[in-house]
Design a protein around this ligand. Structure first.
Ligand code: CUA
Length: 306
């Protein structure tokens, strides 16, 4: 199968080519007529002609034929895309639940041990059809990775479907495409398409509970579990089971924080934890009052959760 973006892109090229031919024909006729029938060559009022059945039939039939051709091409493309979504067509290699939140993304992967909940960074195997079930936890979001598939809304109370297909490896980026509140711009999408073996390794690592911390990390885990953090975040392997915010079991392995606001490193993590509202005003993440030593330990813990 080919990605739906390629089907849509191919159709757009055909439609564009037809439109270009029409444009050139119309403009050429216009320029020729303006020049050929100019007043200096043909003074006086133009001859008045009414009714020409042959011409009228032609200019009705030609656009009708063009529309029929476009209709057939379009329904063919729609059938191709539709077959790839929710039943029919090539069976999906994988089905993942994607859920929009103000303002981040949750992913639920099927795994042998049930379901693995991850956040913000989607990995998919290359050359494999991946079906996303799209849901929203709050308001309407829209899931859009231009290089991988069409734009599809995430609507509270219903499940939409989108098929992604990466024909090459690489990192694909996208963006929430439906205004969903003040931090709409910071709902960035990152998708890593990688060879099956790399993907399997990644999913196995992400499915595991958190690596037990040592040293400063162990102190950091105590800071985490004894503060407000646990009411919103989960870290598998600890008592933290909150569901309002992103799962943090492997937060250290992600490339960004806060769905794209900050590059994920220790300095950024510390700055983010010290004052989330400075970087993402309006986000549900509050500022948890922590001392410097506690912050350092927490940063060391979270960055260690690879
Ligand atoms: Cu979510 Cu815009």
């Amino acid at each position: 199968m080919r990605p739906s973006v390629e089907a849509i892109g191919g159709l757009a090229l055909v439609v564009g080519a037809i439109a270009l031919v029409i444009f050139i024909a119309v403009e050429a006729t216009l320029i020729y007529s303006a020049w050929h029938y100019r007043a200096s060559r043909m003074p006086g009022p133009a001859p008045q002609i009414a009714g020409n059945s042959r011409l009228e039939i032609v200019w009705t039939a030609v656009p009708a034929v063009i529309l029929v051709v476009l209709f057939v091409l379009m329904t063919g493309t729609m059938r191709e895309i539709g077959a790839s979504v929710a039943g029919g067509g090539t069976p999906a290699g994988m089905r993942i639940l994607a859920r929009g939140y103000q303002w981040w993304w949750e992913y639920r992967y099927p795994s042998s041990s049930g379901e693995v909940v991850l956040a913000n960074e989607l990995h998919i195997p290359v050359s494999t059809a991946v079906d996303l079930d799209l849901e929203s936890a709050d308001v309407v979001h829209s899931y859009w990775i231009p290089g991988l598939g069409g734009k599809t809304d995430m609507i509270p109370g219903r499940t939409n479907h989108l098929r992604l297909y990466a024909s090459r490896t690489g990192t694909f980026t996208g963006q929430c495409a439906e205004f969903c509140g003040v931090e709409h711009a910071w709902m960035r999408l990152t998708v890593v398409a990688e060879p099956r073996a790399d993907f399997d390794r990644w999913l196995a690592a992400q499915s595991a509970p958190r690596t037990a911390p040592t040293g400063a990390g162990a102190a950091g885990e105590r800071v985490f579990t004894s503060n407000l953090c646990v009411s919103c975040h989960s870290i598998r392997g600890t008592g933290a089971k909150g569901e309002a915010g992103p799962d943090l079991t492997h937060v250290g392995s992600r490339t960004t924080l806060a769905a794209g606001v900050l590059k994920n490193d220790a300095a950024a993590m510390r700055a983010w934890l010290a004052d989330p509202q400075r970087y993402k005003p309006g986000a549900l993440m509050p500022r948890v009052p922590l001392g410097d030593a506690e912050l350092d330990a927490l940063v060391s813990y979270l960055e260690g959760l690879k």
